[in-house]
Ligand binder design. Structure first.
Ligand code: BTN
Length: 326
């Protein structure tokens, strides 16, 4: 680990306590001038950090691998974590090197600068304002069942966010609060020939994103835990609470092949069931009522022009008649 990364990890572990530059110099066996140089580099890279009057202040709580590891072992969660200070995309890293990672590995970063969203969109956020992680899973299932991981993840996110906000799910992958998106999921698969090699579940959660961080075009569509609660919530707590809920649903599903625990939660938290949507596939757009989510994680819609019930996997769609995000 570089001196810069060691210093920053120490600062993150100490949050919310402030320490002096001398303290860090002594801890890392570096000179005060070297510590100031490293701090200045971090500030130049837009880390939410300032130092003056010999005091170092981290302005928001950030992911600390040591905190995550100790919470994971305290809660006996069989996950290992890998932390990257900066990375283009945790999902891309997970997919590229999937053979090197074991089942239940979580990739974490402070700064993801080429994050991917669903449908080829981008997922970007300033350092310290979002949780960006990828879970690597190596289940013995068919590729077909992989779509269920998005629903399992959505249910686990709703559970993890429950102490702070009442979140809902816009099938298949958006977590929303008060009609605005607070988190998103991108599930990707890796195949070796026809064999499923692994599943990568990417999760982005807007934690300390402030109103000023949101562009005016997204102001009506995006929110964060900070905006909703007025508090900077510890991302380490959210990540481990999410993994804990994920593991409860996942273990049950692995053992019984029964998805009903998390599908029931997805149905309860669904903003689409009972609504009218426009299903867009290519050039065509058809009006449908959303009726249900089935045990395979598919959205069951009833088209108004032929009344048939159709399961939808993933596609482009929008809801008619609402001006807000959904
Ligand atoms: C969406 O809502 O469109 C999905 C967003 C998923 C973003 C996460 S952030 C961590 C992981 N790595 C990526 O490149 N994307 C996902």
């Amino acid at each position: 680990m570089s001196s810069q990364n060691k210093l920053f990890e120490l600062i993150k572990m100490n949050y919310p306590h402030q320490h002096s530059i001398d303290y860090y110099a002594e801890k890392l066996l570096l000179s005060k001038g070297e510590i100031i140089g490293l701090l200045q580099e971090l500030v130049d890279l837009h880390y939410p950090l300032n130092f003056s009057n010999n005091t170092v202040t981290l302005t928001v709580p950030m992911i600390s691998q040591s905190k995550i590891q100790s919470l994971l072992s305290e809660w006996r969660l069989p996950y290992s974590s890998l932390f990257f200070p900066r990375i283009p995309s945790t999902n891309s890293k997970a997919l590229t090197d999937i053979s090197e990672f074991s089942d239940r590995t979580v990739l974490l970063t402070d700064y993801q600068y080429k994050g991917k969203g669903r449908l080829g969109r981008e997922w970007q956020s300033p350092i310290g304002s979002a949780v960006t992680l990828s879970l690597i899973l190596k289940p013995v299932i068919s590729g077909e069942q992989a779509v269920l991981f998005t629903q399992l993840t959505a249910a686990a996110l709703v559970q993890a966010l429950k102490p702070y906000v009442s979140a809902e799910i816009k099938w298949p992958n958006d977590i929303i609060v008060g009609n605005k998106k607070i988190a998103g999921i991108l599930t990707e698969t890796s195949f070796n020939g026809s064999q499923l090699e692994g599943i990568v579940v990417g999760v982005g959660i807007n934690t300390s994103l402030s109103k000023n961080d949101i562009s005016s075009s997204l102001a009506e569509k995006a929110t964060s835990l900070l905006i909703e609660t007025g508090m900077h919530i510890d991302p380490n707590q959210i990540i481990t609470e999410f993994i804990r809920s994920f593991e409860v649903f996942y273990r049950e599903w692995e053992l019984t092949n029964d998805s009903s625990d998390f599908i029931t939660l997805c149905k309860k938290a669904s903003v689409l069931i009972g609504k009218e949507i426009i299903v867009r596939t290519g050039e065509s757009a058809r009006l449908a009522h959303v009726r249900d989510i089935n045990s395979s994680g598919e959205l069951i819609v009833q088209y108004t022009d032929d009344e048939s019930l159709t399961p939808l996997r993933t596609l482009d769609f929008s809801i008619r008649g609402l001006s807000s995000y959904i």
